[in-house]
Ligand binder design. Sequence first.
Ligand SMILES: Cc1cc2nc3c(=O)[nH]c(=O)nc-3n(C[C@H](O)[C@H](O)[C@H](O)COP(=O)(O)OP(=O)(O)OC[C@H]3O[C@@H](n4cnc5c(N)ncnc54)[C@H](O)[C@@H]3O)c2cc1C
Length: 364
Amino acid sequence: LNTLPSEPCDFLIVGQGLAGTLLSYFLLKEKQNVMVVDKPMPGACSLIAAGTINPVTGRRIAKSWRHEELFPFARQTYRELEAMLGASLWQDRIIYRALHNTFEENEWERRSAYPEYAEYLAEIDSTHPFESLINPPHAWGKLHRCAQVDIPLLVQRWRQELISHNRYLEAQFDYEQLSFNETRAKYRDIIADRVVFCEGAAATMNPYFSHLPFKPTKGELLLVRIPDAGFSQLIKHKLFIIPIRHHPLDPSIPADDLYWVGSSSRWEYQNPYPSGEQRKLLLNQLREVLQAPFEVVDHLAGIRPTVEDVRPLLGIHPEHQRLAVFNGLGTKGTSLGPYFAQQMAWVLMGLKQIEPDVDIGRFA
Ligand SMILES: Cc1cc2nc3c(=O)[nH]c(=O)nc-3n(C[C@H](O)[C@H](O)[C@H](O)COP(=O)(O)OP(=O)(O)OC[C@H]3O[C@@H](n4cnc5c(N)ncnc54)[C@H](O)[C@@H]3O)c2cc1C
């Protein structure tokens, strides 16, 4: 990484969750001069995300949008970042998905007969791979070509990298202090060609982009210790039970027998903090599934930057050319992030047009 020269920068990025991390990475890779301003705020979701990539979702077991392109590109990007940061981020995974009845079992069989699903949907497993630890569902479907990416670690390690090269300013961005003309933008004493907003769900407060149809969803999860369970793959049975290697908010705390359990999803909420009601709900679900003893270690919450049409948001402001946005990673930032961050970097450099599906112009 180059250290920030004391001259105007090309891009000032606001927000360093997954979106700001990946965008700054691709811009720096292209030798652009980047500065990032961020303040970890309640509701920021990258620091608590499970980082799973799931090729199929929903009761109908439908393939995720553009999975074939997004998955290999995501793997390549996270592998590059692993090498650069000396951190282990990517793990190939299998998801054991509970099939609750014959409808779901038939749907699984039907889908797996299609050639485009064959590599993802493996055989139905009617044995009980988790023995007495988990209440057996009707059957287990095994999903291949899934992944788990340590997004909290990535964001924290990238922040250290930015700090050590004088490219990070820890501050809450104050819109009142932003000014711009035809050619430049200025924020405090930072001059930039463009300001790119990557604020996640906090973008609903951004006076320049709040017209975009964000439909944020609050998610809550429990960190649970299940002694000696030894689950090494991802389990989806009412909720996800995911092995993790450290406490998401503090990678220096190693996690023995620790699992990420969740998550809830709600459109309506009062605040970004963990709630007693959701804790109870998650605990009830976990008790229905898990037969082994467990202990709740923590309870976390975040707000996903979901959009009405569940597609990312890339664009330059229609009236203020110095302002741009990269957001809308919603529930699937881990897979969408790398591909669209690179696209956004190329758009900002004038090397590429935005794909219509993700262009904010679709809401004009
Ligand atoms: C419980 C939960 C589980 C999830 N699990 C998965 C999963 O398994 N797989 C998956 O792909 N996705 C998952 N997600 C979704 C994923 O977290 C998001 O897609 C992604 O992290 C969004 O990143 P972001 O950078 O857009 O937003 P954020 O992570 O919210 O980052 C925004 C950043 O901008 C900062 N910021 C905002 N406004 C300002 C301001 N004015 N000044 C300074 N800084 C500011 C915030 O503090 C934050 O650091 C999950 C989300 C939740 C809540």
